[in-house]
Every structure is written in C-alpha cells, then in structure tokens.
Ligand binder design. Structure first.
Ligand code: FE2
Length: 383
C-alpha cells in the first residue's frame, strides 16, 4: 500500500551542461526588471562572468552581493530593503546554498513589511508567509545543499545566535536551472563539504520518520551516483561527468529533504552551527557516522537495499551502517577534511547547551528519539 504523500517541488527544473544559455528566454517571460543575487566572489571572478553580462544586457539589472558566510537575519534585512526599493519583476540567484537561501527569503518577504526574524521557526513571532512573493530563478554553483529545490531558507538569527528556518511552499523557485559547468570552479574543499552535505541529506531523507515514497525512489538512483561522483571530484575537480553526477544528486537531495525531512546529523548541524562558525556540510558528514550507528537497529535493512547498487555486499560484521560510515570516512580523507571538530577548539563546557540546541525540527525526522545524554555523548566524541 502506497503511503499518502504531499509533494512540493519547483515549477520547472532544467538540467544539463550549458543550460545557463536559456536564462534570457526564461527571464523575458516575467519582465525586464531583474534582481540579480550573487555571492561576493564567484560571480566577479568566474570565467562565466562575461557570458552572464552578455545574457543580461537587455534587462534592467540591480545586482545584490550577499555578504560572505551563511546568511544572517541582519544581512538579509539590508538586502531586502534594497530589493524592495528596486521592485523587481523577477529574481535571478546565481551561487551556493547561502545565496539561494537569501534570494528565496527576498522572494517571499519582498511584498511584506515584517522583519526577517519574525518568520524564523522557534525564535521569531511565528509569522507565516501568506502567499506567493516575487518569482525567483535558482542557479546553483555548488553541489551540496540542494537549496535550489527546497522550501526553507536557513538563516542565523543575530539576536538569538541560532540557525533557524523560514519555511513555506511559497518560497519554492519558479525555475531551477542546474548547469553542472557552473560548479567546475568550486574549490576542492568546498566541493567535498558540500557533497558530503548532499550525501547526508540523501541518507537522512531516505530513513526519515517522515520519508515519502517519491523521494525514496529518486534517492535509490541518486545515492550511488553521488558516492561515485564525489570520489572522482576529489581526484579531479575538472571532471565534468562527475560534476554532473554530483549536481544531479544534490538536486535530488533537496527535493528529498523538502518532502521527507532529515535526521539527527542535521539536528546537530543546526545546534552546533548556530553556536560556532563551522561549515554545515562538515558537521553533517562528521555526525552522520555516529548517528547511523545510533539508528542502526532500525535502519540497517533499509540501508542494505539502498546501498547494494553502490557496491555494498553483506560481508563481515556491522552491515550497511559500517559500510557506509567507512565510505564517508574515505571521502573525508580524499578531500583532506578533518575526522573530528577538534581543530575548532569548541568549549566542552558548552556541550549541554549544544545538545539542547540539537533537538530542533531535523531531529524530529530521525528514526528514533536520541536522549539528551546520547546527544551529549555524541557531541563529546566529535568535538
Ligand atoms: Fe544539509
């Protein structure tokens, strides 16, 4: 019997190397006032910059550069004020997950008067987005967060130092253009952390308590592609076939998390990420291993089926959980990423607070409840 489900996804997705060239035709449908949202660096120094300038020359462009790092409520507020005074017909976001989440927030809140923080889950006034905002087009330049396909934007609240989401199906992109060539310039280390984030999203969405049948079917296909592509990117970041595989799998991870939720690794990423500037993908990758172990009894048989096409064959002890954890470790090493967070010198006295903050909405999708003691113990081992 197929379980009931609700599927939220962008209206249209265009995928393939070179598909960025379709941007002018896509923009024209909406009008000529285009709010271009990018990061500080990639767009300026990219070899694609002149190509974008040529594609956008017939439009009235207001270009907003997002501050470096993950979006903050204050930073987005400033960009939102500039966006409101420009009054765009369409928003074009070209960048990584932070840029896409910023554009998504601007899209939803531009017609409203309230502050960004008022919409943040758990810390704001609990306001919800009442209807469609300004349409936006998502063009990811990294393969990791899947933010191009999700209906939530993750923002750090400056007032409460917590990373929280604004969530609404009205935040979904009207168009997603995934052109894997745009990810070729993504630095190796960033590619590793972003890719491991997507890998974590695929696994957590697959075994989530809220797992939906359509994302599960997509994940079965995408997970082996992601494992294979990441190893190839670590060896050769210029491998377009691998970049294409990672871009596809990352997109699927976004569709999956938007419709199935996540799990405890993302719960920890939300808790620790709000308290210290540690890359999201790194926390996810590091915490996925102890989280899989904690869930092992409940997920091993599902994981076996999922991992067989990726080469898992039952041998020795530990089963699929151990097999996958070893793969993650191999990927961390291949990208020269650390195996713990000890290099961040986190204050061990804050472990109880980190554990308390790690019980947010992602944790509720975890196959089983992790007690406060279990969360503290896992954090203690990882920092
Ligand atoms: Fe993530």
């Amino acid at each position: 019997m197929i379980k009931d489900f609700l599927l939220n996804m962008p209206r249209s997705i265009i995928f393939g190397p070179g598909k960025r060239k379709e941007i002018p035709a896509l923009l024209q449908v909406y009008g000529d006032r285009v709010l271009l949202v990018t990061g500080q660096r990639w767009f300026k120094v990219s070899r694609f910059n002149s190509e974008f300038q040529a594609m956008l020359k017939n439009f009235k462009i207001e270009h907003l550069c997002c501050p470096a790092g993950e979006p903050t409520s204050c930073g987005v507020e400033e960009l939102l004020a500039a966006a409101r005074s420009f009054d765009p017909h369409i928003i074009l976001a070209v960048g990584g997950g932070s840029v896409l989440d910023t554009a998504k927030t601007i899209s939803g809140l531009l017609p409203l008067k309230d502050r960004v923080v008022d919409f943040l889950e758990g810390v704001g006034r609990g306001l919800t987005i009442p209807g469609p905002g300004v349409p936006w087009i998502a063009m990811p330049t990294t393969s990791g967060t899947g933010a191009e396909a999700t209906r939530n934007a993750v923002i750090r609240s400056v007032e409460s130092s917590a990373k929280k989401s604004i969530r609404s199906s009205y935040l979904l992109a009207g168009q997603v253009v995934v052109d894997p060539e745009l990810t070729l310039e993504c630095p190796r280390e960033v590619s590793g952390m972003a890719g491991l984030d997507a890998l974590t999203q695929l696994i957590e969405a697959y075994v989530s308590r809220k797992a939906a049948v359509v994302p599960q079917a997509l994940i079965r296909d995408a997970l082996p592609v992601m494992l294979d592509s990441l190893l190839k990117i670590a060896l050769n970041p210029a491998n377009l076939e691998a970049r294409s595989g990672a871009a596809y799998s990352s997109l699927i991870s976004g569709l999956a998390l938007a419709n199935s939720g996540l799990g405890a690794a993302h719960g920890f990423a939300s808790g620790l990420g709000g308290m210290a500037a540690i890359p999201h993908g790194l926390i996810c990758a590091l915490f996925l291993r102890p989280v899989l172990k904690a869930n092992a009894e409940l997920i091993n048989s599902d994981l076996e089926l999922l991992l067989r096409p990726a080469g898992y064959a039952q041998k020795g002890s530990g089963g699929a959980v151990e097999w996958h954890s070893a793969k993650v470790e191999k990927l961390l090493e291949a990208f020269n990423l650390p195996l713990t967070l000890s290099g961040y010198n986190l204050d061990r006295g804050l472990i109880p607070e980190m554990a308390r903050r790690s019980s947010g909405s992602s944790m509720s999708g975890n196959p089983r409840e992790l007690s406060r003691e279990e969360r503290e113990e896992i954090i203690c081992r990882m920092i």
